[in-house]
Design a protein around this ligand. Structure first.
Ligand SMILES: NC(=O)c1ccc[n+]([C@@H]2O[C@H](COP(=O)([O-])OP(=O)(O)OC[C@H]3O[C@@H](n4cnc5c(N)ncnc54)[C@H](OP(=O)(O)O)[C@@H]3O)[C@@H](O)[C@H]2O)c1
Length: 306
């Protein structure tokens, strides 16, 4: 099969479009014929060069967000049939979906949202699961609370804005000034342009901060919280603020969850969640796609198509 592979952890420059061994479904796997694959611009820098058993990987296929059609089932796989349209998040320590086929554990897949095409569906799994888990599993967001969402036009942020709004929260989005229209259009009640406004004007207002930016923005975020509030960041490589002992701080990496994928599909079907696809590239142009998204300014998710 054709695939995008990287043979050494050299970043975007190491991506090659080439023939790779055919993906084969293992125990309880589904073989998915990939129609679309979502990428995260900095995923090539993540610690993914060992498999779960700890053995080094000689190459990786990136792209863990997949939407496609079930082509075959592995030994003992139940719950799906050949021809089903599915979407989901592949295990980061296995070959991903930037390929013509990918083998995925059945538990990491759900039926594709009926009203979304494959490109749209492929933009959802990581962004949707991360936003859901940040807001509800870790942030315990409740109706009537105020949440600040940093990076509100990004893939995770734009999803979080819509889910928080759906949950009945007051939403303050942040980002560069150019993100304002999208963030407010998706449901943010207010928007703070980090390159023009003062973040500290929102001091003490939030029950929850969801940070997708990290760095200086994360360090300045403890002050936004009321006493008892929660600061959730998805940037595990960054230093956490330690200047408040009356708030909770959570850093996490998203997990796949079939029930949450099904719930996200339901919300898309109801029109409560509008996934944001910023750009679509052919699979062979994956390096260009990673570079374009990393350069900034493309809202939502970048999607590849074999
Ligand atoms: N821990 C986890 O489970 C998890 C899961 C998913 C993603 N992540 C990580 O979380 C981050 C966000 O992911 P994503 O897919 O949502 O990325 P994304 O689509 O690039 O979103 C990031 C958003 O933040 C904005 N932004 C970045 N730096 C900024 C700054 N200094 N000031 C103002 N706005 C800024 C970006 O704007 P521009 O485009 O204009 O730069 C973009 O709109 C990535 O680093 C990703 O690797 C972690």
């Amino acid at each position: 099969m054709k695939a995008i592979r990287m043979h050494e952890p050299t970043g975007i420059g190491g991506l090659v479009y080439e023939d790779a061994p055919d993906a084969k479904p293992g125990l309880c796997d589904v073989l998915v014929k990939v129609v679309a694959c979502g990428i995260t611009h900095n995923e090539l820098d993540w610690p993914v060069w060992n498999c779960r058993a700890g053995h080094p990987r000689s190459s990786i296929i990136p792209g863990q967000e997949v939407s496609g059609v079930v082509a075959a089932l592995g030994y003992g796989t139940a719950g799906f049939a050949i021809g089903d349209e599915v979407y989901g998040l592949t295990d980061q320590l296995r070959d991903g979906a930037a390929a013509e086929y990918v083998a995925v554990e059945a538990r990491n897949l759900a039926l594709k949202p009926r009203t979304a095409d494959h490109v749209t569906a492929a933009s959802v799994p990581r962004a949707g699961l991360t936003a859901w888990q940040a807001l509800f599993d870790h942030g315990k967001l409740a109706k009537g609370q105020t949440v600040v969402i940093h990076g509100a036009a990004g893939a995770v942020g734009s999803t979080a804005v819509q889910l928080a709004r759906w949950a009945g929260a007051r939403v303050i989005g942040t980002g560069r000034g150019r993100a304002r229209t999208l963030a407010t259009g998706l449901g943010a009640d207010e928007f703070i342009a980090l390159d023009a406004d003062r973040l500290e004007d929102a001091a003490g207002q939030a029950d929850l901060v969801v940070d997708t930016i990290g760095g200086d923005v994360l360090m300045r975020s403890a002050s936004l919280l009321r006493s008892g509030g929660t600061l959730v960041t998805i940037k595990p490589d960054r230093q956490l603020p330690a200047d408040r002992d009356d708030i909770k701080t959570v850093v996490f990496v998203q997990e796949s969850d079939r029930v949450q994928l099904a719930e996200l599909a339901r919300l898309i079907g109801e029109g409560q969640l509008r996934p944001q696809v910023g750009a679509v590239y052919p699979l062979a142009k994956a390096a260009e796609a990673f570079s374009a998204k990393a350069a900034g300014g493309i809202p939502g998710r970048v999607v590849l198509q074999p």
